[in-house]
Design a binder for this molecule. Structure first.
Ligand code: SF4
Ligand code: SF4
Length: 315
């Protein structure tokens, strides 16, 4: 496994980052013991970088890996929607308390959209920066699905890391083209901002073209690391094989076929619309009192986390 520094930070991460939303109750729903063992397996195979978020509510799953590995050997990112300093502090405190650690590696403002949303969240960003200066956080940044937010990030000294949505087909980028996104990522990099990509398989839609999609991402020097959701040992090995060999042998292809993801809404849905409000991609319609997923869906799973009764599942 190749390791790289995230931009100008001194944080060294594996190029393959473990996206942990897949382990949570809205997706595979692994027990904490299963989660710890899976993360340990990933680490033993070279993956030292784990991506989570306050929203995923899975610190208890991630903490289990410390039964096997030393805290300081792992890099764990989290994200918060906070816009006040109190909100930022509360989010950090949850990370510290639930992961039983005294520092966070990386804290991001979650799903930033533009200069305007960054200004709206500036109080929280500034607080995260102050917490960094006090030694509680190693690095600060944003995650985003939007080109405008990658562009705006360059103007904020506090933003050292950007976690953008990007893939070979530009799926899910709603405010412009893939080339425009790559141009902004390149400009951010020139400023020393670390980049770790998300959704390089288009949330599962590019599984049939995984070889091309992963090769494109791994061979692209713009990305220090690439986050992929994983929920089984087979999936970890399949992804490592793609990263290290840039090709998929027959066995790996079959594993990927078996792990091809899909989303479903249970018949008990009451059409409350919470999921529709949560989806940034206009991928949910309420039809005849039920949520219906349309072709815009990129399988990010965020809608599933707001359904009070877990009627949406990303399998
Ligand atoms: S949040 Fe749950 S109950 Fe409400 S519309 Fe969505 S799936 Fe249905
Ligand atoms: S429908 Fe759900 S899984 Fe699909 S893009 Fe919207 S939030 Fe993500």
């Amino acid at each position: 496994m190749e390791y790289r520094k995230l931009g100008k930070s001194n944080i060294e991460v594996s190029r393959l980052c473990f996206g942990s939303l897949t382990m949570t109750k809205s997706q595979k729903n692994l027990s904490k013991e299963e989660s710890g063992k899976l993360l340990d397996f990933a680490f033993e195979n070279g993956i030292n970088f784990i991506d989570t978020a306050d929203l995923y509510d899975n610190y208890h799953q991630i903490r289990e890996v410390f039964n096997y590995q030393k805290r300081e050997d792992l890099i764990i990112t989290s994200k918060t929607y906070a816009y006040t300093k109190e909100g930022a502090r509360e989010a950090l405190n949850r990370y510290l308390k639930e992961l039983k650690t005294d520092y966070a590696d990386i804290f991001l403002l979650h799903e930033q959209e533009s200069e305007m949303t960054l200004k709206g969240h500036y109080e929280a960003l500034e607080e995260l920066w102050k917490l960094k200066e006090k030694g509680y956080i190693r690095s600060v940044g944003i995650s985003t699905h939007k080109i405008a937010a990658v562009r705006a990030a360059r103007a904020f000294k506090e933003i050292e890391i950007v976690h953008p949505m990007v893939n070979v087909k530009g799926l899910g980028i709603l405010d412009g083209t893939l080339n425009e996104m790559l141009k902004e990522i390149s400009l951010a990099r020139k400023k020393g901002i670390g980049i770790y990509a998300m959704k390089v398989l288009g949330g599962g839609h590019l599984i049939s073209q995984s070889e091309e999609a992963i090769k494109w991402a791994v061979d692209n020097d713009l990305f220090d690391s690439i986050a992929l959701g994983m929920q089984s040992k087979e999936e970890i090995l399949a992804n490592i094989s793609l990263f290290e060999n840039r090709q998929i042998n027959k066995e790996v292809k079959e594993k990927l076929r078996q792990t091809n993801r899909t989303i479903s809404v249970e018949e008990y849905c009451i059409g409350c619309g919470r999921c529709k409000d949560r989806c940034q991609g206009n991928a949910i319609d309420i039809v005849d009192g039920k949520a219906v997923i349309n072709k815009n869906c990129i399988l990010c799973g965020y809608c599933a986390s707001v359904c009070p009764d877990f009627y949406i599942k990303v399998h």
